[in-house]
Design a protein around this ligand. Sequence first.
Ligand code: ACO
Ligand code: LMR
Length: 271
Amino acid sequence: PKVRRPKNFICTISDDRGEEATYAGYPISSVATPDTGKTIGDVISLLWFKKVYPRWAVDFIETVIKTVADHGPAVSGAHNAKVTARAGKSVVESLVTGLLTIGPRFGGAIDGAAKYFKYAYDNELSPAEFLAYMKKQGIPIPGIGHRIKSLRNPDLRVEGLKKFAAEYFPKTPLLDYALEVEQLTTSKKDNLILNVDGTIGILMVDMWRSLGYSEEEIDEFIESGTLNSFFILGRTIGFIGHVLDEKRLAMPMYRHPWDDILYDVKKAEEI
Ligand code: ACO
Ligand code: LMR
């Protein structure tokens, strides 16, 4: 009998051994050239999910990527990338310093939002019960709150995503629930809106449920960090833009001004 040599790696998404490499079985040329009508959303559905998603889902993914591509120079990641570029580092070095800020507070609350809102909805917690549950967990509700956006200054990215969902999603039960939660949180403080991370995480769950994924599969997506990956990918576009901007402007090394730092160091004799 044929004895198979044990393999060190397994790959289930792409294959480069033939004349033309494939994405989930599809030759690159069948998705890459304009005449195929395929978009980055299609490539993501093949390489991340190994499926051909229906048009509305592909378009949603594409919309999310475009929506999170940048939010100006002042946010954590763009700031880091700009400072690093000005220290003379390369595009890739500057980019990763930006990416490393993506986490539970900035851009990386998407998996958490999906996880906790899904839990609350599935367990039929009222919005008030959900808030009490999260208080017990001792963490801010992922997907709620924004530094500059509020009821008075709504986040138009969120409005855009909600509009897309209303038009193209078969149904949005988790978003509908999240909007009830938002009513309660914003009644406490008007910047505790459903933010862009929350909207993406929650709508992705609605999308996957409409596409027929099992609860186990959706939980696996959340646990493996799939949802934050949409932000990581999209914002990479903006971070690279900021790094190239710094390089083109030939900006000097950055040093933070003393007068913007509260120095509160004890004298040696006080220690
Ligand atoms: N859930 C519950 N309470 C909250 C939340 C939340 N998500 N966010 C803020 N609060 C409360 C705080 O407990 C605090 O209450 P207190 O005044 O009684 O102490 C008050 O609101 C202000 O809190 P700050 O941390 O100062 O709020 P800030 O506006 O600076 O924070 C932030 C913004 C970091 C986004 C925060 O809302 C948060 O951690 N949200 C959850 C994480 C998240 O969704 N991040 C993604 C943001 S979108 C993006 O990055 C693309
Ligand atoms: C972002 O997309 O980077 C933001 O929502 C964060 C911010 O403070 O603008």
